[in-house]
Design a protein around this ligand. Structure first.
Ligand code: LLP
Length: 412
């Protein structure tokens, strides 16, 4: 949904140069059409299989994005009370919410039960005990899945790989049956599923399929022991292409291979994609402030920084950076850096890129997931606004912060 017409980069039918001039920079811009298309790729290809696509709120939790997905029928995967609050504010249905995470707190569990969420993905026996106690006090029965750790290597960045036994997540799959067994003593929780999440930005789906096979086997064994297991939750979605020309795994093809596995099982599917729904649907617009040279090195200093998009600094992640308006000059090789006072503040290093001049706009691509949500006020920089494009129309869905908002709640 981001493409050039002539020399100008558009989001759907909106020329980004005009938008940047109107809204200012830095600014995140999202294509509603792209978000919906990606959601529908999961939802439609799951088709007749009973399923819920629970969008992972952590990837992009802006109310307008959640609202768009809620209206399309999405469920939500949350990891905090704050995310649940956002889902409810955006009009999401709590009955389609699954609650993941290794450190749920009592007040959050209380809030989730009060809101009537679908299910908890539990990561320890102590957590089950807590949920049971709170459910007992409220006089309700809480549905749960145990998040198992299938000991499968997701082959992704070590910070976002979660399915090996060295990681803090889940319960070892070999120990899970004993945990379900011991949890029978908890009268206010009901074992209805098995869940897992082996990592994010997975480009080769085979480790996910490998863990699905392990989950199916576990579900069969649990059913044989009399547990009423109704669903498998497969965790996050597929990885996406961050480099121009790179091929992302096809959502529809991946789901097709799930179909075969689930068809006979009688189990429903929950999947929690975040990145693959919003990632490629967003860009971060930034303006060139200066060009400078230190010895042989060329720098393009822009008005977006690591506080706006931390992925390059934190994960050495690559984001394509393209001009909002092409110029005919020969390309340059430069570091794209922001105003933050750290050498770790870069958006790209030694990048072959457009020969931009101060005042030109650039688009940092594939910034819709884990972009704004990871942004901060570091260096007391104001957080960027967000804009949602729908066809030829656009609207600011989050205003740029002001200095007053920057110090809200503080006292001298
Ligand atoms: N479900 C669970 C339990 C998760 O922990 C995650 C992501 C997801 C679903 C969504 O996964 P996805 O479909 O987006 O791959 N900040 C990092 C990514 C952290 C992912 C954490 N968990 C980044 O910028 O790459």
């Amino acid at each position: 949904m981001f493409s050039y017409s002539g020399n100008d980069l558009y989001c759907e039918q909106v020329p980004l140069a005009d938008l940047a001039a109107r809204v200012g920079t830095p600014a995140f811009v999202y294509s509603s059409q792209a978000i919906l298309c990606n959601y529908q790729a999961y939802d439609e290809s799951l088709g007749a299989l009973p399923h819920i696509v629970c969008y992972a709120v952590k990837a992009n939790s802006s109310l307008a994005v959640l609202g768009l997905l809620a209206r399309a029928g999405a469920g939500f995967d949350i990891v905090s009370g704050g995310e649940l609050f956002r889902v409810i504010q955006a009009g999401g249905d709590p009955a389609k919410v699954v609650y993941s995470g290794v450190g749920k707190m009592a007040d959050e569990v209380e809030y989730a039960l009060e809101s009537g969420i679908h299910s908890f993905n539990c990561e320890s026996e102590a957590e089950l005990e807590l949920i049971d106690a709170i459910a007992a006090r409220r006089g309700v029965k809480a549905s749960y899945s145990i998040r198992v750790n299938p000991d499968v290597d997701a082959s992704t960045h070590p910070y976002i790989s979660t399915g090996l036994s060295q990681h803090k997540f889940g319960i070892d799959i070999t120990e899970a049956p004993a945990v379900y067994e011991r949890a029978r003593q908890f009268r206010n929780v009901a074992a209805e599923g098995v869940s897992c999440h082996i990592g994010s930005q997975i480009l080769d789906p085979s480790p996910i399929l490998e863990s699905v096979d392990k989950l199916l086997e576990l579900a069969r064994a649990l059913r044989a022991e009399g547990f009423d297991i109704q669903r498998l939750d497969l965790g996050g979605g597929l990885g996406i292409a961050y480099h121009a020309g790179e091929e992302a795994p096809a959502i529809r093809g991946f789901i097709e291979s799930l179909q075969e596995r689930f068809r006979e099982s009688g189990l429903s599917v929950v999947i929690e994609p975040g990145r693959s729904i919003v990632g490629a649907a967003g860009v971060l617009l930034t303006r060139v402030l200066y060009r400078k040279r230190n010895g042989p090195k060329e720098f393009v200093v822009v008005d977006a920084a690591m506080n706006d998009l931390i992925r390059p600094s934190l994960y050495r992640a690559h984001h394509d950076i393209v001009p909002v308006r092409h110029n005919p000059l020969p390309k340059i090789t430069a570091d794209v850096v922001g105003p933050v006072c750290e050498s770790g503040d870069f958006l790209a290093r030694d990048r072959e890129m457009a020969n931009v001049m101060p005042g030109d706009f650039l688009a940092v691509r594939t910034a819709g997931a884990y972009g704004f949500v990871l942004s901060s006020n570091y260096n007391s920089r104001l957080r960027a606004p967000e804009v949602l494009v729908e066809g030829g129309a656009w609207r600011v869905i989050r205003k740029r912060e002001t200095y007053e908002e920057l110090i809200r709640g503080e006292t001298v």
